[in-house]
Design a binder for this molecule. Structure first.
Ligand SMILES: Nc1nc2c(ncn2[C@@H]2O[C@H](COP(=O)(O)OP(=O)(O)O)[C@@H](O)[C@H]2O)c(=O)[nH]1
Ligand SMILES: [Mg+2]
Length: 240
C-alpha cells in the first residue's frame, strides 16, 4: 500500500468486488483450429489416427455458424444458400485432434443423385472412421429430430459413439419455450439407446459455448486445460 501524505485531504476509495459475471474465454485449443484438408470421399480423408469429433446436421441447421462460433474463426463457410458444403472438411487442433465438418443433409433442392452420394460419403465416414470419438449434431431448436437426425443418432449408437446435440438458433425462442423444447427433446431421446446429451445453443448470442467446449474437451481428453475461466479484463483493471 502506498503511503498517503497526512496534509492532503484523503479521499477514501472503496473498491467494490467485481460485479460483472465471469466470462468464459475462448479456450486456446479451439481458437487454434486451422483448415487441414477437404475430402470428397472417405478414401481421401487424412490418416485414420488420433481423435476426431464430427459436426453434422441438416442443411441450414446452423452447423457452419456453430463451428465458427466454437473456434472464433471463419473455418466453416456460413451460407444463406443451404447445401453448399459438399465435402468432408477437416480442421486440426493439433497433430492428434481434428474437428470435422460433415456435409449437410436433407436439402430438398439438391438433385437426388448428388444427395445419394453425399449420404454415401457421410455414411461411410460415420460408420467406418475409427478415430471418430463423438458426434455433434446441430438441430434447429424449432425443428429438432428429423428422420435423418434420428438415423444418424442410431448409427452412432450402433457404434457406441456418444452424441451431443446442439439445439441451435435458441435466440429465436424466448427463454421459457426454449427450455420446454430442450426438455421435450430430452424426453423424446429417453427411449433411444446410446449416450446422448442435449443443450441449447445460439451462434448469434454466443450462448451455450462453455457447455459445448466442455463436451469437446471430454471427447478430446483435454482435461481442464481448455476450459480456463478468467474474470473480464476490465474487472481486473479496476482491482489494480
Ligand atoms: N438467429 C440465428 N440465426 C442463425 C444462428 N446460426 C445460424 N443462423 C442462420 O441460419 C442460416 C444457416 O446457417 P449456417 O451456419 O450456414 O447453417 P448450415 O447450413 O447448417 O451450415 C444462416 O442464415 C445463419 O445466419 C443462430 O444462432 N441464430
Ligand atoms: Mg454450412
Amino acid at each position: 500500500m502506498r503511503q498517503v501524505k497526512k496534509k492532503k485531504p484523503f479521499q477514501k476509495i472503496i473498491y467494490e468486488p467485481a460485479s460483472q459475471p465471469e466470462k468464459v474465454l475462448q479456450p486456446k485449443y479451439y481458437n487454434a483450429a486451422s483448415f487441414l484438408i477437404s475430402a470428397p470421399t472417405l478414401a481421401q480423408c487424412p490418416l485414420d489416427e488420433g481423435r476426431e469429433v464430427a459436426f453434422a446436421g441438416r442443411s441450414n441447421a446452423g452447423k457452419s455458424s456453430a463451428l465458427n462460433t466454437l473456434t472464433s474463426a471463419r473455418l466453416a463457410r456460413t451460407s444463406k444458400t443451404p447445401g453448399r458444403t459438399q465435402l468432408i472438411n477437416f480442421f486440426s487442433l493439433d497433430e492428434q485432434r481434428r474437428l470435422v465438418d460433415l456435409p449437410g443433409y436433407g436439402y430438398a433442392k439438391v438433385p437426388d443423385a448428388i444427395r445419394r452420394e453425399w449420404g454415401q460419403h457421410l455414411g461411410d465416414y460415420v460408420t467406418q472412421r475409427q478415430c471418430l470419438v463423438g458426434m455433434v449434431i446441430m438441430m434447429d431448436v424449432r425443428h429438432p429430430l428429423t428422420d435423418f437426425d434420428l438415423q444418424l443418432i442410431d448409427v452412432a449408437a450402433s457404434r457406441h459413439l456418444p452424441v451431443h446435440i446442439l439445439l441451435t438458433k435458441s435466440d429465436k425462442l424466448k427463454r421459457g419455450p426454449a427450455a420446454n423444447q430442450l426438455q421435450a427433446v430430452r424426453n423424446a431421446l429417453i427411449s433411444i439407446r446410446g449416450k446422448i446429451s442435449v443443450q441449447l445453443f445460439s451462434s448469434l448470442k454466443a450462448s451455450g459455448t462453455a457447455e459445448a467446449w466442455h463436451k469437446l474437451d471430454e471427447w478430446f481428453e483435454l482435461g481442464a486445460c481448455a476450459t480456463v475461466t478468467e474474470p473480464l479484463p476490465d474487472a481486473d483493471e479496476s482491482m489494480s
